[in-house]
Design a protein. Structure first.
Length: 184
């Protein structure tokens, strides 16, 4: 959810799927103290005489002890898809290359055809229609969709004159493009 808010998602689709179980053992080493108690009697004999005594002693040693702790972890694959509204830019046109027949009718290959017009776009508002043949945008002749897009971008922030061929007639449409080409 936090990532969705960060990217401005309107919708999030989440999926979780069991993948596998991972098992194993983790070694754990501890130090175990061992204490030994001893006591007894001691006798000593020497040139100065004889002595007897008792003693008590304690000794502690530390040894390592390794144990293995088993584990089992279920693994899941998780997927999140975020749907973010896109900023609409450009003119709102989808272009396609012109056919050989369309080029024959125009007498040139220097044009692109309008495949689709996005409703509410600047091109829609200017009444450019699917099937129109675009020969220039903002005074720049267009040979393909890449050139058409470059001409549109060069016209951001102004009114671009789009020259089209429709039913054998040359028509000019004025399309208003906001700075940055953004439209809603």
């Amino acid at each position: 959810m936090a990532q969705g808010k960060t990217v401005g998602a309107q919708y999030i689709v989440v999926s979780t799927k069991y993948a596998r179980t991972v098992q194993g053992a983790i070694p754990i080493t501890t130090f175990a103290p061992q204490t030994t108690y001893s006591n007894g009697t001691a006798s000593a004999f020497g040139s100065g005489g004889y002595a007897t005594g008792t003693y008590n002693g304690t000794s502690t040693t530390y040894s390592q002890q390794t144990s293995y702790m088993p584990y089992s972890v279920a693994r899941y694959d998780q997927l999140a898809v975020y749907f973010v509204p896109l900023t609409r830019t450009g003119m709102g046109l989808l272009f396609r290359d012109i056919t050989a027949q369309e080029a024959q009718g125009l007498g040139t290959q220097k044009a692109v055809a309008v495949a689709a017009v996005r409703r509410g776009s600047p091109a829609f508002d200017a009444d450019i229609l699917p099937g129109d043949i675009v020969t220039s945008i903002g005074g720049q002749v267009v040979f393909d969709s890449g050139m058409a897009i470059a001409a549109i971008r060069a016209s951001y922030g102004s009114d671009a004159v789009v020259t089209i061929q429709r039913n054998g007639q040359a028509i000019q449409k004025t399309v208003h493009l906001a700075p940055g080409g953004v439209w809603n």
